[in-house]
Design a protein around this ligand. Structure first.
Ligand code: PHE
Length: 429
């Protein structure tokens, strides 16, 4: 139970509640949803099982694990993962900072407002303010650093055990409120009825990237968590639990945000602000919304922190194992570096909003680099590694031998997963 919750704590976060609804909105809804679910339960599940198995077999950080199990060029897969950890955490913390800020904002200025024009303007002004975005980014990193310094099991695991179920109950309540708003049904139709004409390489690419991002795959976070896992744990059921819990939360967020978008006449393709603009409007329509709003954003911050902790832990585990430094200085050093890499992302909707590469702001660029390139490449590498390089050992690690499920799994990792990811990446380019 404890491990499933820790791994689910890594998977469930801003990816589900901030990223999933807006990517689904940009990608046309229903068709994206089906592609996403298909990828999560085939490629996603198999790669997750592979990552957990590598970690538990090697009992090391990503770099050390690839080095110990096979060595040679495989070690670079571990380095790529650690690099992805730096990149993702740098902007993840900026969005985490927005979430912290909205905990106070929904207490005051955003109370009782359902005008998406005004809520959108408030959001744009907020993310354009360098002092606030950097300060909240710093606060979010400071909390993450403090938790990773203390060792993850003590504080955060215990807190998450209690707080995540509360977040779940609140999400269900919000969903019910959003679905019963006048005009909400158009959002449900948009979310579940596939419009196949909207499917193109970009949609497929978005679904794959979202699957990797949301399940925390492709950079060694779950590998690192797996390295702390006991031999008696059954990995397939762990992976199935984590995959399913993550999917349920993403679906709830979709059935909350998209109906609200339609009910309040907002644009589903509005981008990264979608959740931040529509949620306050839903709170305003709830009895006791003035209390509900801040509590919800506080819990979302906790969910974001448990994910950020897994990102920082991956980088720190590498630093501790490979440079034999102590946990506290290693965490502080890595955390401060991540903070500075994140500053341009924090500025990217304000002073640096004119800086654009390939039409993307700095934050979007970091997200694209990590989610669309580093994570899928990491996924291919993990699939090929488990499927071809160390397959016998991994079959024994996970299934105790070459049973039928073990062979189906290997076949997924040997052929389907790498072929599908390569095809998606190439057509995306
Ligand atoms: N899965 C996390 C989320 O959905 C983000 C994350 C990505 C965490 C990659 C670890 C590794 O919020």
């Amino acid at each position: 139970m404890g491990f499933i919750l820790a791994a689910a704590g890594s998977a469930i976060g801003l990816g589900n509640i901030w990223r999933f609804p807006y990517v689904a909105g940009e990608s046309g809804g229903g068709a994206f949803l089906i592609l996403y679910l298909g990828m999560v339960f085939t490629i996603g599940f198999s790669v997750m099982l592979g990552e957990l198995a590598i970690g538990r077999a090697a009992r090391r950080n990503p770099v050390g694990a690839f080095a110990a199990l096979k060595g040679g060029a495989w070690t670079y897969v571990g380095y790529m993962g650690v690099l992805a950890g730096f990149v993702i955490l740098s902007y993840y913390s900026v969005i985490g900072g927005w979430t912290l800020a909205y905990t106070w904002a929904t207490l005051g200025p955003l109370l009782e407002n359902t005008d998406t024009g005004e809520l959108g303007a408030y959001f744009s002004d907020f993310i354009a303010d360098p002092t606030q975005t950097i300060a909240y980014h710093g606060l979010f990193m400071a909390i993450t650093i403090a938790i990773v310094m203390g060792g993850i099991e003590k504080g955060i695991e215990r807190a998450a055990k209690f707080l995540m179920p509360v977040l779940f109950v609140m999400l269900v309540a919000l969903c019910i409120r959003a679905l019963t708003l006048p005009g909400a049904w158009a959002g449900v139709e948009f979310f579940v009825i596939p419009d196949w004409s909207r499917v193109n390489t970009e949609t497929v690419n978005a679904a794959l990237s979202q699957a990797f991002f949301s399940l925390s795959l492709g950079m060694g976070a779950l590998l690192t968590y797996g390295s702390y896992l006991s031999r008696s744990e059954r990995l397939p059921s762990v992976a199935m639990w984590v995959t399913s819990l993550d999917t349920v939360i993403a679906l709830l967020a979709g059935f909350l945000i998209l109906p609200a978008v339609f009910a309040f006449g907002y644009d589903p393709a509005a981008g990264p602000g979608l959740t931040f603009v529509t949620l306050p409007a839903v709170f305003a329509k709830m009895p006791g919304g003035g209390l509900f709003g801040p509590v919800f954003f506080a819990l979302l911050s906790v969910a974001a922190i448990t994910s950020a902790v897994s990102l920082l832990e991956t980088v720190v585990a590498y630093a501790i194992d490979e440079t034999s430094s102590n946990r506290k200085p290693a965490t502080l050093a890595m955390g401060v570096v991540v903070f500075f890499i994140g500053v341009p992302s924090a500025l990217s909707f304000g002073p640096w909003s004119d800086f654009k590469l390939f039409g993307k702001t700095f934050l979007d660029l970091m997200d694209y680099l990590a989610s669309n390139l580093l994570l899928p490449f990491g996924g291919i590498a993990i699939a090929v590694f488990v499927g071809w390089a160390v397959s016998q050992r991994m079959m024994t690690e996970v299934f105790g031998g070459a049973t039928l499920p073990a062979r189906v799994w290997l076949w997924m990792l040997r052929t389907v997963a790498p072929a599908a990811i390569i095809w998606i990446l190439i057509s995306g380019l």
